[in-house]
Design a protein around this ligand. Structure first.
Ligand code: AP5
Ligand code: MG
Length: 190
């Protein structure tokens, strides 16, 4: 099994690129953000707890998303691997992922990181707000907090995976097609 991490700040294009990646490499896409939004839409207890944190641009507790990931790994079988979008997002989550994979003698294959500057994050999210209506895209304050949370809690993972020789950065500022091609060029090596 391959275990790819699709990394990048909010609005970098993770969800956009994931569709083509899962198709080309026969992967199962796991977006913790999408799983959480489904819980909110279903009105579950977990969804209710997650909503206020997501709407504030904060992270939900590590244990919550770790549990989601582990249960997806267990339930999906018929693929060549997994594409983790938006997970891990903290050093503790990355360590938990290593432990979860080690139980079945597996490890992270590669981290594909789509990188864009902060100003472009805002442009992209403003654009998406007009189309998708995601609650956490609606307010400037929430977007600023998501960017801050990314730099404080998630960016340290660049060093974490670079040290392990697993970090591969893609310039995310080009067109959707250009970014897709750069991702494929990188993934073809694994
Ligand atoms: P999540 O859903 O993961 O949101 P995110 O990381 O903020 O990322 P986005 O989904 O906003 O961006 P994206 O990179 O997918 O961009 P997209 O492809 O849509 O998480 C939401 C919340 O859930 C978090 O804030 C947190 O509270 C919680 N959460 C989730 N995971 C968690 C975890 N592991 N731990 C704790 N909490 C967690 O593209 C954006 C827009 O740009 C689109 O309109 C798209 O069409 C456009 N676009 C994309 N690429 C291009 C391009 N190359 N050129 C022009 N436009 C482009
Ligand atoms: Mg997304």
């Amino acid at each position: 099994m391959k275990y790819y991490i699709l990394f990048g700040p909010p609005g970098a294009g993770k969800g956009t690129q994931a569709t083509a990646m899962v198709e080309k490499y026969n992967l199962h896409h796991i977006s913790t953000g999408e799983l959480l939004r489904k819980e909110i839409a279903a009105g579950s207890e977990l969804g209710l707890k997650a909503k206020s944190l997501i709407d504030a641009g904060a992270l939900v507790p590590d244990e919550v998303v770790e549990g989601m990931i582990e249960s997806e790994f267990k339930s999906i079988k018929d693929v060549d691997g997994f594409l983790l979008d938006g997970f891990p997002r903290t050093t503790l989550q990355a360590e938990a992922l290593d432990r979860i994979l080690a139980k079945s003698s597996e490890s992270v294959t590669a981290v594909v990181s789509i990188m864009i500057p902060d100003e472009m994050i805002k442009e992209r999210i403003r654009h998406r707000a007009s189309i998708e209506g995601r609650a956490d895209d609606a307010k400037e304050e929430t977007i600023d907090n998501r960017i801050r949370t990314y730099h404080d809690k998630t960016e340290p993972l660049v060093a974490y995976y670079t040290e392990k020789g697993k970090y591969h950065e893609i310039d995310g500022t080009g067109t959707i097609e250009q970014v897709r091609q750069s991702i494929f060029d990188t993934m073809d090596k694994f």
